[in-house]
Design a protein around this ligand. Structure first.
Ligand SMILES: [Mg+2]
Length: 187
């Protein structure tokens, strides 16, 4: 019996690990009410483009308000679900979602800059670290990417503007005005 060679399919084993507040939605300190979720303009279009390029999308958000007792995990999930609805890219737009609930003074398991979530996701989905990025608006977002051995990109839609980022951007990270400018750099 002859075995035909299947045409090889080019797979992008890359992924974007995305911060939430200040990266995909407007950062409102300790957001607990889904009614307060507001997409950063262009977020949905850019995630669609990245997905079309073959990147898996994973959401990675520190929510220390849970550890501090300001709100519950269910509140954070409700805000995520509202964001996912507003994005309009399907309920399965994110391959994985990690909500790290610890406050800064509590023992940390997944809280950024711990690389645990990224490393576990890379293993679970056979991702290629050379094609994985962590994107966020704070130092801990960039540190966690670098700690996990993937690339890190800063956006200026949250805590820092471009001038402020230039003063504190860690070596090895790249700076982008917004998600649009980052995603354009991928293609
Ligand atoms: Mg953020």
């Amino acid at each position: 019996m002859e075995i035909e060679n299947q045409p090889s399919r080019i797979e992008n084993r890359g992924a974007l690990f995305l911060d939430r507040d200040g990266t995909l939605i407007i950062d409102k300190d300790y957001l607990a009410d889904p009614a307060g979720v507001e997409l950063i303009p262009g977020a949905a279009e850019e995630l669609r483009t990245a997905r079309d390029l073959g990147y898996k999308l994973l959401l990675f958000t520190n929510q220390s308000g849970i550890g501090r007792g300001y709100f519950t995990l269910a509140d954070a999930v409700a805000c995520n679900n509202r964001m996912i609805k507003l994005l309009g890219l399907g309920s399965d737009v994110f391959t994985e979602i990690c909500i790290a609930p610890e406050s800064a003074d509590q023992p940390s398991l997944y809280r950024k800059p711990s690389p645990r979530f990224i490393l576990e996701s890379i293993a679970r989905h056979s991702l290629d670290p050379a094609h994985c990025w962590m994107i966020g608006d704070r130092e801990s977002d960039l540190e966690v990417g670098l700690n996990a051995g993937i690339r890190s990109a800063a956006v200026c839609t949250g805590k820092y503007n471009e001038a402020e980022w230039r003063l504190r951007l860690p070596g090895g990270a790249t700076l982008h005005r917004d998600l649009n400018s980052f995603v354009r750099s991928l293609s």
